[in-house]
Write a protein that binds this ligand. Structure first.
Ligand code: PGA
Length: 234
């Protein structure tokens, strides 16, 4: 039985009221699987779920997740390549660490829309690591440089993100295998148009340890179903 890692990415979506509503609905799904979490086919002990949300929601969501005892962790979607200081508009790694355990670095939208280079991303990884954050590092292929000390690598072909077109499970498996051999990391996941309908075909591949759904994490019921299906595919 492999451990699976699911990282939902809300991108630049949702305000406070919507985030509260999402958590309430997600919690209902967690509670109502009969008869209890332990015996449902959602194997929480083998499944790590990280929900990566905008900075503006982290504080509230952290409180709510603790209060409702929801078995998911939070992540940020980016962070400053610098520490504290005169960097207007930036959130540094130490600030992020007060609110979250995980951070995505190098998402393809950061690379393409904000021109983030491998050098800049390496600085972000250094900052994240020294603050004690755990890092989900996104790469578009198996050739991209991966800095040391990342915790999870997400293979995300650019053309598959938000398009409804996935890579084939076979090819994604091959790319994840190559990344795994190159980096010696135990967690390599796939992202790009993952839904509850296609998640099984990726999770059941031997070198794919999880998934990174964007759009499919926005709806609590769909996200719960996706987790359930992923969990029962192992
Ligand atoms: P998507 O996004 O699931 O909507 O394609 C994936 C991602 O955020 O990388």
């Amino acid at each position: 039985m492999k451990q699976i890692f699911i990282a939902g990415n809300w991108k630049s979506n949702k305000g406070i009221a919507e985030a509260k509503e999402w958590l309430q609905q997600f919690n209902v799904k967690c509670q109502t699987r009969p008869p209890a979490r332990q015996v449902s086919n959602l194997k929480w002990d083998q499944t790590t779920v990280v929900l990566c949300v905008p900075f503006t929601l982290l504080y509230l969501m952290k409180q709510e997740i603790i209060r409702l005892q929801i078995p998911i962790k939070l992540g940020a979607q980016d962070l400053s390549p610098y520490g504290a200081g005169a960097f207007t508009g930036e959130v540094n790694a130490t600030q992020a660490k007060e609110l979250t355990e995980w951070v995505i670095v190098g998402h393809s939208e950061r690379r393409s829309l904000f021109g983030e280079s491998d050098e800049l991303l390496a600085k972000k990884v250094d900052q994240a690591k020294s603050a004690g954050l755990r890092i989900i590092y996104c790469v578009p292929d198996d050739k991209t440089i991966v800095p040391q000390h990342v915790d999870v690598i997400a293979y995300e072909p650019v053309w598959a993100i938000g398009t409804g077109k996935t890579d084939t499970p076979d090819n994604a498996n091959r790319v994840c295998e190559t990344i795994k051999r190159k980096t010696n990391l135990s967690a390599v996941i796939y992202g790009g148009s993952i839904t509850s309908d296609n998640v099984n075909s990726f999770i059941s591949m031997p070198f794919i340890d999880g998934v990174l759904p964007g759009g499919a994490s926005l709806d609590p019921e769909k996200f719960y179903t996706l987790i359930l299906k992923a969990s029962s595919a192992t």
